[in-house]
Design a protein around this ligand. Structure first.
Ligand SMILES: Nc1ncnc2c1ncn2[C@@H]1O[C@H](COP(=O)(O)OP(=O)(O)O)[C@@H](O)[C@H]1O
Ligand SMILES: [Mg+2]
Length: 354
């Protein structure tokens, strides 16, 4: 009997308008600078569709399923035509990113294998202060920090300037801007006040690590492996802009900084640095309970000391970017990399369904 292809449901939650949709009609010639990259960035819906297509190329029967803020969509999927695996791309539900882990928990309760991290890792890594606590307790280097709920901090806080102030429960560079890096107490208080007013949850004050920024993708489970490291080149940024991936540098193609930060893969670092970065990234992946694939954001000092800034379970899978840039450098096509992630999830299939 011919074996049928395994089926994959690409699960996501999309209801709002996509901001990149509005850029469709933008003529790049009207920008007050020469854009380095295409300003017509793919919308999230296009990215979900690209993953469905990639999975089909990889030999799966794949379809996209939008929860659209309605859990009955999940019930219908599981009751009528359950897939062999769910490719879990849900990051929020009813605009609440805390529900990212709750949707994963529902898949667990239904005993359906799904890609990516379990609810615990998703919840933990949304709390940057707690994550750093776990990293430090396990000997993984991360910048010294304080978590603050009020916009006040003694002058003698014991941290060394420059400092960076970030919302402790956001991701994707939200709240990270030019003014996030502060050099004195007055600027620290002002930025704290701003961060606490703009975002829910506490603020994280962290020592600013000068040096290279590295994004390290890790995948697999038994054992996990490190993909080629991405290094960020900040040399085109104006001298008065801190060397950080600010919100605009990451997401806003109509801002000049978006076009002034580029990536180099593999990173140009020594063998010694690479070994230390690999060890820190693997340890961070393991102690936070990440699964299948994740991206660790690190800084590397001049003396080759790595510091983990952040753990990103279920990171962005846009083709050619970030995680997928590293996978490509390692020789995996987009489809082959998606297949490896799905196969990691299928290996967890509950015994009685096998
Ligand atoms: N302690 C730090 N030292 C140097 N740069 C930092 C530090 N913390 C954050 N950054 C910069 O800010 C960016 C965003 O911070 P990150 O902690 O990765 O949060 P997120 O990506 O969730 O917004 C980083 O990619 C880095 O460029
Ligand atoms: Mg980050």
């Amino acid at each position: 009997m011919p074996r049928t292809k395994p089926s994959v449901a690409v699960l996501y939650n999309h209801v709002d308008e996509d901001e990149y949709e509005q850029l469709r009609d933008l003529d790049p010639a009207t920008l007050p600078f020469e854009p380095q990259y295409d300003v017509h960035v793919a919308t999230v819906m296009e990215e979900y569709a690209a993953i469905v297509k990639g999975l089909r190329r990889a030999g799966f029967r794949a379809r996209g399923v939008n929860l659209a803020d309605d859990l009955r969509a999940l019930e219908r999927l599981l009751a009528r035509n359950p897939p062999d695996v769910v490719f879990n791309l849900v990051e929020h539900f009813r605009s609440d990113p805390e529900h990212e882990s709750h949707v994963a928990a529902l898949l667990d309760v239904h005993e359906i294998p799904y890609t990516g991290s379990p609810p615990f890792a998703l919840s933990l890594c949304r709390r940057k202060g707690l994550t750093k606590h776990v990293l430090l307790a396990n000997g993984v280097p991360t910048p010294r920090y304080r978590v603050l709920y009020e916009p006040s901090i003694s002058r003698r806080h014991g941290l060394h300037y420059p400092l960076i102030v970030k919302p402790a429960r956001e991701d994707a560079s939200a709240g990270v801007e030019r003014d996030s890096v502060v050099h004195d107490h007055a600027a620290l208080l002002a930025r704290l006040e701003h961060t606490l007013a703009e975002f829910t949850g506490p603020a994280l004050v962290e020592e600013f690590i000068e040096g290279r920024e590295l994004h390290v993708s890790v995948w697999g489970n038994d054992p996990p492996a490190v993909l080629p490291i991405i290094e960020f080149d900040f040399s085109a940024l104006p001298a008065d802009h801190p060397t950080i991936i600010s919100f605009d540098a990451k997401w806003n193609p109509i801002e000049e900084v978006f076009h002034q930060v580029s990536t180099i893969c593999p990173a140009r670092i020594s063998q010694r640095a690479r070994k230390r970065v690999h060890a820190a990234a693997l340890a961070a992946y393991r102690v936070t309970g990440c699964r299948d694939y994740a991206r660790l954001d690190l800084r590397l000092t001049k003396g080759d000391h790595p510091f983990v800034l952040e753990v990103n379970p279920n990171p962005d899978l846009t083709e050619g970017v970030s995680f997928m840039e590293s996978a490509e450098e390692a020789g995996y096509t987009f489809a082959a990399a998606l297949k490896l992630i799905v196969d990691a999830a299928r290996a967890r299939r509950p015994a009685r369904a096998a």
